[in-house]
Design a protein around this ligand. Sequence first.
Ligand SMILES: [Zn+2]
Length: 407
Amino acid sequence: MIQETARRLGLGGLALAVATFSVQQAQGYSFNQVVPDVRQPASLSGGSACPVRAHRPTGSGSVAVQWSTAFGTNPVAILTQDQTTSGRLNEIEQAIQQSLGVWTGVSGTTLTPASPAPLARTAVANACGSDGLNSICFDQNDAAFTPGVLAFTRVITADRIGEQIGSAISAEVGQILDADIYFSSSDPRTAFATPLALFTNPNAYDLESVLTHELGHFLGFSHSAVWSAIMFPFAPAPGTYAGPRPTAQQPDAPLAEDDRTGLRALYPDPNDMVHTGTITGRILAANPLSLLISPPGVTGIFGAQVVAVDASSGAAMGGAIGGWSCSGAGPAQFDGTYVLERLAAGGGTSYKIYAEPLNGAVNPAAVSNATSSLCRNAMTDAGWPAAASCIVPPVDTSLTTHMRPSP
Ligand SMILES: [Zn+2]
């Protein structure tokens, strides 16, 4: 079961995205977006209703995380190999460090191993809340834990400069002000194990796989429909883990190329001279009359999964949810546009592109954080200017694709 919802907070004009990670075996990347609050002066909003990707500052020490050392006692929600009090904490902390290191270990991004501040501990059991502090909380009860949900991440993203949550104040539009990772409460059927404890607890879920996925949301990702991606919305089965374990030589080992490409697009490094390729185009209906039932202004297919495949290896190198573009003052136009950024270029690399509907294991609900947040209008935001409003069309899941031969 996929469970993913996106809501907009009524107060303060913030976008609140709740991303969930649910149980099932494990199908590119998409990003949480926010439309700047154009009711504010342009100096605060940027003056455009074009969606902005949720993201974090990546300077040294800018990604601060605390984790709650309360992880349940009866039964224990986080299983460890070391049974001493301090040993347990160190073992869990090491799994958290490694999970963060997976994302900061990707080459060609401004998110580097120096970006996280030293990991902090808190003894508060319910440290997760809208307080401007990024927290990881175990053994949690929350209305978002519907059946099958193992963990989820609440993200609050600023839609203008100067937005404040607790001690966090946005310096730019799209800045994530607060993200909290909730793990479900312990019960006899749901426990998480550190990498050291997984093999002796084969009924437990791999803490590192689940946490690495949630940290993707923490950094601004929605879900991916590439089945090998860490941002695929389903957790690996109990006793198993996603991808190879991170190593000192390859800290980002568990990620798929789709995750890496997504991170490079979200946190592009201007000095990256390898991943400089962009492929863009439009997915159009063979019969434009088929779009007449869509909302006005829809001139292309919305919500197709568009993937770039390395032509020689056949590997999926990066995918994105296509279907819209935006320029100038906005708002978003639903013209079928897709953009695949930060692909390795040169050296004879070439790509094949395919488009498929989100009608498989990953359905439109799994990427609703990335799609529903592309528009705002007076129905959801009092006083929203009509010229800056739009309506997100339904994701088209009925398409069959035909490729145009190369020119
Ligand atoms: Zn998720």
